[in-house]
Design a binder for this molecule. Structure first.
Ligand SMILES: Cc1ncc(COP(=O)(O)O)c(C=O)c1O
Length: 512
């Protein structure tokens, strides 16, 4: 769009001097069309008639006549002293936009249409009232974020010479941040790597997507934990992979099934330190067997270590990556849980021989992550704020977790089984068999509670439903009230169980 003083004119407005149509009519048609197609949006301020005339090299009278016609028909409105605006409600606007929407799918590729076949997990919550609603999964304590400090760090870097922060950075990320990550993951997670192996990405989601693009071809097989993280399964599927679900037991992914059925695959996605959504930990035995299986089958392991910082009673189990002797593990870390999800910063740690391919793909698909945020984060870690924030949050979440588990046991202990997982930011509350978790979740949403159903993450039907109850973001009083409010819904659904729980999906290669 070209800019005229105080407003914007779409570039589609070109007047043909040789046309038999008068110039005012051409201008009227072009602006009307731009309004109906949504290029000029409702409420938008239009440039003055004088600046449009200057921009289009026509007399101001021509613009005034076109405007008068648009005003008379209600497409634009003028406000004294403020200017001329696109009208807020337009009768035929809706009609035209809808006809465009109805045709929305006509030219899409198979991948472009894939989203319609993927599970509809409400991420982010469609209803704005549920954005920060009690029990929402995955949110850290937003009111405890050190935002003043964060703001100061950002401002410091914004004031730096523009050449340092305003030009594309290295596709692999800011060196200082990558070095800070090496020190942190080495000490906290037992990850063994050098800074060249660390690639900064816009969160785990991009990391998983990149790994699939670099390592697999459309039609290849990916093994998924079942139930498992829909963010990962969706990214794998839209890159053309076919999924094989493997069950999760008390010791994490059932590696025994993988061996017994002699499954082979291009890659396997796992959350070993805290399985999503069930919260179990992949045992050491399973870790070693999985690494062995990957080496024998020439397969890659995507290790999503998304909330490993939060372990409350026992020491965190070191990452799979640190046990790997064959360079099969692609380690994925994120700052979404430790800081905040909209930061969109995470990292990949890849075997040395894959670095060039990953960095090239990062550049091709998305260039690099924002530099100011990377620089602020590097300082945040190097100055020790990161580790002290984790320590403080760990103590806070531990208390909130106890409140959650005690209140659930007090009020609903007769009907719910809670898995007292010693890690993470949510509790899994199992329902009696044949009670639909999605029904409880939907009823809860009506009264402002956001309890995700475990069945939404399952590829094959679950034997029982469960609710994922996030506690990290909520004060004890909010947790207690939330459970009090949820109790009658759960009891009502238990008395009148719905149809047997089932999770339909056509996204399977084969169901094992
Ligand atoms: C299993 C798992 N991995 C990763 C993430 C974080 O994703 P991102 O880093 O893209 O925000 C989440 C958050 O919901 C998650 O549940």
């Amino acid at each position: 769009m070209s800019k005229t003083s105080g407003g914007i004119l779409p570039p589609t407005i070109n007047l043909e001097r040789a046309s038999s149509q008068p110039l005012y009519r051409q201008l009227y048609d072009a602006i009307r069309q731009a309004i109906l197609q949504g290029t000029l949006r409702e409420g938008l301020r239009l440039p003055s008639t004088r600046s449009i005339a200057n921009e289009l090299h026509v007399s101001r009278n021509i613009v005034i006549i076109a405007f008068e016609q648009l005003l008379a028909e209600g497409y634009i409105e003028s406000r004294t002293g403020a200017g001329t605006f696109v009208t807020k409600t337009l009768p035929d606007e809706v009609l035209q936009l809808e006809s465009v929407r109805a045709n929305g799918n006509r030219a899409l590729s198979a991948r472009g249409k894939m989203w319609q076949r993927l599970p509809k997990i409400p991420f982010p919550a469609a209803d704005p009232k549920l954005r920060y609603a009690p029990f929402r999964y995955g949110l850290p304590a937003l009111d405890e974020l050190p935002l003043d400090l964060w703001g100061r760090l950002l401002a410091q870097h914004c004031r730096k010479a523009p050449v340092e922060i305003a030009i594309h950075g290295d596709a692999a990320g800011l060196r200082r941040l990558r070095e800070a990550i090496v020190s942190y993951v080495g000490a906290a997670r037992g990850v063994r790597c050098n800074a060249d192996q660390v690639i900064i990405v816009n969160g785990s989601q991009q990391a998983i997507d990149l790994a699939a693009r670099v390592l697999a071809d459309p039609g290849d097989i990916a093994i998924m934990e079942d139930p498992g993280y829909v963010g990962a399964s969706s990214a794998l599927q839209t890159t053309g992979l076919k999924l094989i679900p493997v069950s999760v037991g008390k010791d994490g992914l059932r590696v025994d099934l993988l061996l017994k059925k002699r499954l082979s695959a291009k890659l396997v996605y796992v959350t070993p330190s805290h399985q999503f959504p069930l919260g179990v930990v992949l045992s050491l035995g399973n870790r070693l067997q999985l690494l062995d299986w990957a080496a024998q089958n020439d397969a890659w392991i995507i290790e999503d270590d998304f909330d490993s910082e939060y372990r409350y009673e026992s020491k965190p189990i070191p990452a799979l990556q640190g046990l790997d002797r064959n360079g099969r593990v692609i380690y994925v870390g994120t700052f979404s849980k430790v800081l905040f999800p909209s930061l969109r910063l995470g990292y990949l740690i890849v075997p040395e021989d894959l670095v060039d391919a990953f960095v090239a793909m990062r550049w091709i698909t998305d260039r690099c992550s924002p530099l100011v945020e990377q620089a602020a984060l590097a300082d945040f870690i190097a100055e020790g704020h990161f580790v002290s924030h984790i320590r403080r949050m760990r103590a806070l979440y531990m208390e909130r977790r106890s409140v959650m588990i005690e209140t659930l046991r007090e009020r609903l202990g007769d009907v719910l089984e809670t898995w007292d997982s010693d890690a993470g930011m949510h509790t899994v509350a199992w329902l009696p068999p044949h009670v639909e978790d999605s029904q409880i979740s939907a009823e809860g949403a009506k009264i402002g509670l956001f309890a995700l159903p475990a069945s939404g993450f399952a590829i094959r039907p679950l034997a029982r439903g469960a609710l994922l109850l996030g506690y990290a973001a909520f004060k004890p009083a909010v947790i207690r009230k939330g459970i009090r409010d949820l109790e009658p819904i759960i009891r009502k659904c238990i008395k009148a169980p719905g149809a047997r729980m089932r999770y339909h999906s056509d996204r399977l290669h084969s169901c094992r």
